[in-house]
Design a protein around this ligand. Structure first.
Ligand code: SF4
Length: 349
């Protein structure tokens, strides 16, 4: 059972004025919180970082002029309703617009939660034909919405069609189920993925806070990893959720310990109605520098922005170069993460 209205939610949490005055608008994602996730929220803390991710507030109803419903320009890069081709070697297939629980910071809110449901047979076949005629595509993000809202047999069929068109297609399973409803991950589901063995799968999770790593969540991800499907995490840097080095250090170390590689830490996209989640870039870069001091290379995610107007991804790590190429000496001068200075000299011949 999930909570789907403010009225139901009031029975579990003391709602604040900001939460009570939320109005569902054309670009809102629905209110839907799973029992599992609700049980993790402290009902007495209005600033609970988990609550902030799933309980809407009136701030969502305010749109900044610089924001857009589609800042990554997925729509102009779409082929049909469900296939997005923004980067040469990879595509995203929007298997469904439905999620078991909706994140208030969702960057694909132009699409997510519109209740269109799973991709049709025609969408699947059109995408497969596109794959067949674009051999440069080596990876597909199976995403949405959350693709694991589909039944095992629907997923089995979809993957079979894609892998028939492109047997060596690497598929990334992009899901928040291990966080929102870990019971969805079953031996049968994982066995179904394993049965499509012509190319690897990767599990892409979105843990944003250490408290989301529950025993059940860890077990759900471990089922994939034990089956040979590596797990990578893509957190979003969110104001009031994880915008400090202590929280992210704890999260990244806990992820790594549980065999989930911290992959990206995304700067919030400039999506309509999400300004109250975005962390100023200067602060984000300060956090990144502090994390670089504290975390091992394996535990360190790449702090990255997906630039507006479909500009693509760029790393946000500040610059460690103090002086670039001194032509006479052939040397480059760098600032170390601890504030020291070092020089690398290029070979003279
Ligand atoms: S699970 Fe993903 S697609 Fe669904 S609401 Fe959250 S961020 Fe959006």
């Amino acid at each position: 059972m999930s909570v789907t209205s403010l009225k139901q939610l009031e029975k579990h949490l003391n709602l604040t004025q900001d939460e009570l005055s939320w109005k569902e608008g054309p670009l809102s994602v629905p209110l839907c919180i799973t029992d599992h996730y609700l049980s993790l929220i402290d009902p007495d803390d209005p600033d609970d970082p988990l609550r902030r991710q799933v309980v809407p507030t009136c701030h969502e109803n305010m749109t900044d002029d610089a924001e857009s419903p589609d800042p990554l320009q997925e729509v102009p890069h779409s082929h049909g309703e469900r296939l997005v081709h923004r980067y040469r070697s990879r595509v995203a297939f929007l298997a469904t617009d439905i999620c078991p629980m909706y994140c208030r910071h969702c960057f694909r809110r132009r699409f997510t939660g519109n209740m269109m449901g799973p991709a049709t047979e025609r969408d699947i076949n059109d995408a497969a034909a596109y794959l067949g005629s674009h051999p440069e595509i080596s990876e597909m993000l199976l995403t949405g919405g959350d693709p694991l809202t589909l039944s095992d047999s629907q997923l089995d069929h979809m993957i079979g069609v894609f892998r028939k068109a492109s047997p060596r297609l690497i598929i990334r399973i992009c899901t928040r189920y291990p966080i929102s409803q870990p019971d969805r991950i079953t031996e049968d589901l994982v066995a179904m993925f394993k049965s499509h063995s012509s190319a690897p799968f990767y599990l892409m999770t979105q843990f944003n806070h250490p408290r989301e790593l529950t025993e059940k969540s860890i077990r759900a991800v471990a089922m994939f990893v034990d089956a040979g499907i590596p797990a990578m995490n893509q957190s979003v840097l969110l104001r009031g959720v994880n915008d400090n080095a202590d929280t992210l250090e704890e999260l990244c170390n806990a992820l790594l310990f549980n065999r989930i590689k911290p992959y990206y830490l995304f700067q919030g996209d400039m999506v309509s109605g999400t300004a109250y989640f975005r962390v100023p870039l200067r602060k984000g870069m300060e956090i990144e520098q502090e994390l670089r001091r504290r975390l091992s290379g394996l535990a360190m995610p790449s702090y990255t922005a997906d630039l507006p107007d479909g500009g693509g991804k760029v790393p946000l790590c500040g610059s460690y170069i103090i002086k670039s190429e001194d032509k006479e000496k052939g040397s480059w001068t760098f600032r170390t993460p601890d504030g020291g200075i070092r020089t690398i000299t290029d070979p003279q011949s």
